[in-house]
Write a protein that binds this ligand. Structure first.
Ligand SMILES: Nc1ncnc2c1ncn2[C@@H]1O[C@H](COP(=O)(O)OP(=O)(O)OP(=O)(O)O)[C@@H](O)[C@H]1O
Length: 288
């Protein structure tokens, strides 16, 4: 068995003249949690749908769990879990009924009751799907996505609409799946979510990957200069420097000890991401 979960070379897809994916290459190893980031319309969903076997490509080579998703068979499908951006249906069934019902479709299903507990819906087992809150409905989607014990799980913007506590609980669930060896492809607009969950992130814009690395190294983030802010003579000062420690020591000497209003910051994943997709850097804009 190869160590590759996903291998993509030169993937292309256009819709009636609109290029959605334009020569995308990607490798994801088994056991990785990989986040795909990018602005609206970048080509994430198109790429993921091609990987899932739900959309035809125009050109390129694609292998997912060793098979071409353009020719999916039931055995391959059963090895893949999908949590779509929006879901619905079966609204009159209870959580328990739904999860037990869908478990019957998989050759190697997890225990439905354990799955309900794992997504934190134990207290809602008897509740009809249409009476769940948005965040609870999303948990149910995840329950249905992991029910077949997939080797590869696609999560499309999984925590949209979650409250902060629910997001943390969801992250813990995803981490436990990853610890158990599930390969996870996550698309998200939440940079903190990518940073928390993903071993590597790929930034896609204009239908191709423009940067790919671990969250702490993306776009040269680990070598980026620090921004030092402080107050002096009634003014807010800001300086970007490769040697923040030396600058702070110099300021402490000049200002006679404590440096008023001192903040030293490195670019966040969001700063780097915005730079990569061509948005202006605002980190130096606060000088007054
Ligand atoms: N079914 C379709 N028919 C025509 N054009 C489409 C179709 N689906 C997507 N597109 C276009 O393809 C491009 C890529 O869309 P895609 O949905 O893959 O982007 P995305 O990165 O997933 O965006 P978002 O973050 O908004 O979900 C966009 O310009 C979009 O308008």
């Amino acid at each position: 068995m190869t160590n590759s979960a996903i291998r993509v070379r030169g993937l292309r897809k256009a819709y009636a003249g609109v290029t959605a994916v334009s020569g995308l290459d990607l490798d994801v190893a088994r056991g990785e949690v990989f986040a795909l980031l990018g602005p609206n319309g970048a080509g994430k969903t198109t790429t993921v749908e091609i990987l899932e076997g739900y959309r035809r490509r125009d050109a390129g080579e694609v292998s997912v769990l060793g098979s071409d998703p353009a020719r999916p068979d039931a055995g391959w499908r059963a090895r893949i879990g999908i949590v779509l951006q929006s879901s619905g249906g079966h609204d009159e069934l209870s959580v328990q009924e739904l999860v037990h019902h869908f478990a019957g479709y998989y050759p190697d299903a997890r225990d439905p009751d354990e799955v309900i507990a794992a997504v934190g819906l134990d207290e809602k087992r008897a509740t009809r799907a249409r009476h769940l809150s948005g965040g609870q409905r999303r948990r149910l989607d995840v329950a249905l996505g992991i029910l077949g014990n997939p080797e590869l799980l696609f999560l499309d913007e999984p925590t949209t609409g979650f409250d902060p506590e629910a997001r943390r609980e969801f992250w813990a669930l995803i981490t436990s799946l990853a610890d158990g060896g599930t390969t996870i492809i996550l698309t998200t607009h939440y940079l903190d979510e990518a940073e928390q969950l993903a071993g590597r992130v790929g930034v896609i814009t204009g239908g191709r990957i423009v940067a790919l690395d671990t969250p702490d190294r993306l776009g040269g983030r680990d070598h980026d200069h620090a921004v030092v802010r402080w107050s002096e003579d009634g003014l807010q000062r800001t300086e970007r420097t490769a040697t923040p420690t030396a600058l702070v020591a110099q300021l402490a000497g000049r200002l006679g000890g404590e440096v008023p209003g001192l903040v030293v910051s490195r670019p966040t994943l969001e700063d780097v991401y915005l730079r990569l997709i061509g948005q202006p850097d605002h980190t130096l804009e606060v000088v007054s």
